[in-house]
Design a protein around this ligand. Sequence first.
Ligand SMILES: *[C@@H]1O[C@H](CO)[C@@H](O)[C@H](O)[C@H]1NC(C)=O
Ligand SMILES: *[C@@H]1O[C@H](CO)[C@@H](O)[C@H](O)[C@H]1NC(C)=O
Length: 356
Amino acid sequence: MFSLPASSRKYFVVLVVLGGDTPFSDEQLATISHTRVYHPDAQPVGKENATLVFLARNSDLDDVKTSVERMERRYNHQNRYPWVFLNEQPFTDEFMETVANMTEAQISFGLIPPEHWYQPEWIDEEKATQGRQKMHEQNIIYAESVPYRNMCRFNSGFFFKHELLQSYKYYWRPNVDYFCNIAYDPFTYMRENEKIYGWTISFYEWEPTIPTLWETTKEFMAQHPGYIHPDNAMRYLSDDGGKTYNLCHFWSNFEIADMDFWRSPAYQAYFDFLESRGGFYYERWGDAPVHSIAVALFAPKTAIHFFRDVGYRHEPFQHCPQGETYKQGSCTCKRWDNIDYRSNSCTPRFERLFYD
Ligand SMILES: *[C@@H]1O[C@H](CO)[C@@H](O)[C@H](O)[C@H]1NC(C)=O
Ligand SMILES: *[C@@H]1O[C@H](CO)[C@@H](O)[C@H](O)[C@H]1NC(C)=O
């Protein structure tokens, strides 16, 4: 079975209970999985099969309040798409009530199943410890954090499997600050234009966090050539036809994407392959490079969308719309503070996919 930290022992019990033969009513199941829904009868005004997803802890309440306030003000008050909050520990009443009070949309709070969150038992803990130690010596952020790794793995392979997300196709990860009014519905844009993945900020990954990710990906590609889309975006990922990874990725703090892509055989096979190598724990593979590599290889490049008109910030980077969009959106960002064409940005590589 799992080896769980002491603080999560109650989920362990929950799991054992769920594994038994006793049939539960829906009501009992809701209590067991700690799901709570506020404004259950609220109907979305927006027409898409979509939700706003937020992974958060009780201690994140202040940041969450900022995110929800911005998102409601700039976009969701007119669309009323449902929110889904997920946490590996039960949310406190204070957290749920405070956040639920900030929106008129339906808002659900759910618990992440432990097997989707905690380090699997087959991971060689000695090797994982050595990996964290090595990263610590290289002064890498979150070098020693296991929870950070849990989160990256969860965002890579599990969030879209959560019971509260099963019934949705598109999601928006709205984490933190929005500067401009969003006068149209990005979800509708995604559907009408057959987009799979939307982003605002793109830059280079820190190589020591993913030393073997690309070699592993190349092995996967060699074994499953059929999953590689003929009109892929390899030129965004590699400057030498796939031999080496240039570390470009889309920053996943903001994502508007299609969960059916993550649920597809290609992505599932890719995630399982990565998972089997243990790199989420032996190294510190991030969900941003994992998502970006997958979408660039298995989807047509035309299915990837740069949301140029969405002003967005997550410390320490921001994308601020330029030109007419800035005025039309009543944006409040500083126009000069914009990562798009700085030397650490991969946005030009993405744009070159379409004009040479
Ligand atoms: C939520 O709103 C209700 C009704 O206005 C209020 O009674 C309650 O104190 C609020 N709760 C929080 C945590 O802000
Ligand atoms: C929304 O999308 C999900 C995932 O594709 C699907 O299972 C569900 O049936 C869709 N719901 C509606 C109302 O179309």
